[in-house]
Design a protein around this ligand. Structure first.
Ligand code: RIB
Ligand code: CA
Length: 322
């Protein structure tokens, strides 16, 4: 059994990633902590709680509200034009009685590391602020858990905020650099692979058609949630192609099926200054590289099989996704 602690800014693609994990027969989600980004940390927690109810995993999944701003400076607020008014496309999914735990996200991360030790994978799908704060309190964290997998950054692919900067890293570069230099076994699932795996409205319509009864509600939600803002935003950002990159779910697929990805270990730092480069992952390919920890970077993916893995979570029938 794989044990995941997921830290998310629970927006549209985060919700697919979380649902995938909650439905996976070989995965136990030990908890969800939230951060700011697609929406606020409290709204992300509310979205996560409602998703848990919808997924009905058959076990308790605690949720903790995390930081709502980066380590330094302020946050300008959610990306309403990408993820809608509530982070999940403005769709109201059914409420739940479950409430977030009354504790700090960094304390919950440390507690889970103590409880699950080397079995635990920490997966971040947003800013790495909560994990950086956990490291400040417990510098031994890298020796306590199995590994860290994060969605964010880019190695050679173009960025989505600045020329070479991706949103999750750009949103709190200081936190990302603390995490990268802490000594974790750490893998980056960045834009090099998430831009390669793309989903179209047609695929989501087929998903709705073939969803098993227990996944119908989620399929209906994701079609609605992507319809109004997510696909139109991606249409505008991706040279008017009617398709969207599969960001956060790719990190979960890496966590369950790493064999679908090609990786390369390179010493890296995060650029924390720079008008045009803040948030850039600086990978040093020189013979005598700078003094930096090695990062395992996903440089390629079997994109068809990656998308198939996600779709198979919801459907009993295979269908052509091309
Ligand atoms: O750049 C893509 C990332 O930013 C994804 O995690 C998305 O959910 C947003 O957080
Ligand atoms: Ca995210």
């Amino acid at each position: 059994m794989l044990k995941f602690l997921i830290d998310a800014d629970t927006g549209i693609d985060d919700s697919v990633a979380i649902y995938y994990a909650l439905k996976h027969p070989n995965v136990r989600v030990v908890g969800i902590t939230t951060s700011f980004g697609n929406t606020t940390a409290p709204q992300g927690a509310e979205n996560s709680l409602r998703l848990i109810k919808m997924a009905n995993p058959g076990y308790e999944v605690p949720v903790v509200v995390g930081e709502n701003k980066p380590l330094f400076g302020d946050w300008h607020g959610p990306e309403y034009h990408i993820h809608g008014s509530n982070g999940i496309g403005g769709v109201e999914i059914p409420e739940t009685d479950q409430k977030p735990l009354d504790m700090k996200a960094e304390d919950f991360i440390i507690q889970m590391a103590k409880e699950h030790g080397r079995e635990l994978t920490i997966i971040t799908l947003g800013r790495m602020t909560n994990l950086a704060l956990a490291l400040k309190k417990e510098p031994e964290l890298p020796n306590m858990v199995k590994n860290v997998i994060f969605m964010g950054g880019t190695y050679k692919e173009r960025g989505n905020v600045l020329p070479m900067s991706e949103a999750n890293i750009f949103g709190d570069p200081e936190a990302a650099d603390i995490v990268l230099q802490a000594g974790f076994d750490i893998t980056m699932v960045g834009l090099d692979v998430t831009h390669k795996t793309q989903v179209t409205p047609e695929v989501l319509q087929k998903l709705l058609k073939y969803a098993t009864p227990e996944n119908k509600a989620f399929a209906e939600y994701i079609v609605k949630a992507t319809n109004d803002v997510y696909f139109p935003f991606n249409h505008a950002q991706n040279n008017c192609l009617d398709r969207s990159p599969v960001h956060d779910p790719s990190a979960l697929v890496y966590a369950t099926h790493p064999q679908l990805f090609t990786t390369r270990k390179i010493p890296c730092r995060v650029e924390c200054k720079g008008e045009y480069t803040r948030g850039m992952i600086v990978a040093d390919l020189r013979e005598y590289p700078m003094d930096a920890k090695y990062l395992n970077i996903c440089v390629d993916v079997d994109n068809v099989r990656c998308l198939e893995r996600i779709i198979a979570t919801f459907t009993e029938k295979a269908f052509a996704i091309g």
